[in-house]
Ligand binder design. Structure first.
Ligand code: CA
Length: 237
């Protein structure tokens, strides 16, 4: 049984069919939407047709290789595929050169084959999180209806009225609003807000959601945070 869809779509471009299939199944299990291409051209075609949140890109591919694809996605002449979505390179040992690891490659991260799936998942989460933060940093403001978060000053207000939040409440709210209109599971919240290695009670999420609701929903008589029973939470615009 797979986990709840997490709303993130992954494009895998990898010519080793077995490896691509293995990663696809693991990611589907984790709730990702997955498309697979086994060569560069197919990958670019999919990229034109669909919106992806992250790309897993093999370096050595038939036809157009991984480095070429990075160049095309990062501001080549073809604006229909130009993108700033995170790219994680999949490389075999020995293929790792300064060109791959260097910041100028345009990829966000790389992982060496063979890898354990947990390592890949962790890198993907990190890359997606970084993207979120970068998107927010353009002006530092997140909004949800009449709620406004100034992430540069760590300041929250609703219709101009200041809301005082603790550090954890604030981080939980930011995470929910960054993912607004997407269902967030308790596991995702635990991983993102409390950290991957959190070992305490899982109902800590529900407790903090309750605190937030007292300070937001109750006080302003609005429903900012919705519960999906047995699934998780969603901040709705
Ligand atoms: Ca390959």
């Amino acid at each position: 049984m797979s986990k709840t869809p997490n709303g993130k779509n992954v494009l895998i471009i990898e010519d080793e069919v077995k490896l691509a299939r293995f990663v696809e199944l693991e990611l589907r299990y984790e709730g990702y939407g997955v498309d697979v291409a086994h060569d560069g051209r197919g990958g670019l075609r999919l990229f034109r047709e669909k919106a992806f949140d992250i790309v897993l890109l093999d370096l050595m591919l038939p036809g157009i290789d991984g480095m070429e694809i990075v160049k095309i996605l990062r501001g080549g002449s073809d604006s229909s595929v130009r993108t700033d979505v995170p790219i994680i390179m999949l490389t075999a040992k020995g293929e790792i050169t300064d060109k791959v690891t260097g910041l100028d490659s345009g990829a966000d991260d790389y992982i060496t084959k063979p890898f354990v799936i947990e390592e890949l998942l962790a890198r993907m989460r990190a890359a997606l999180k970084k993207k979120h933060i970068n998107d927010t940093e353009e002006n530092g403001i997140l909004t949800l209806n009449n709620l406004k978060i100034d992430t540069l000053r760590r300041y929250v207000e609703v219709s101009g009225e200041t809301v005082e939040l603790t550090k954890t409440e604030y981080e939980l709210l930011v995470y929910l609003v960054q993912n607004k209109n997407n269902v967030i599971t308790r596991d995702q919240i635990l991983n993102e807000v409390w950290g991957y290695n959190y070992l305490g009670e899982t109902n800590v999420v529900d407790v903090y959601i309750r605190y937030l609701r007292q300070k937001l929903d109750d006080r302003f008589n609005t429903k900012f945070i919705h519960t999906l029973r047995g699934v998780g939470y969603i901040a709705k615009d």
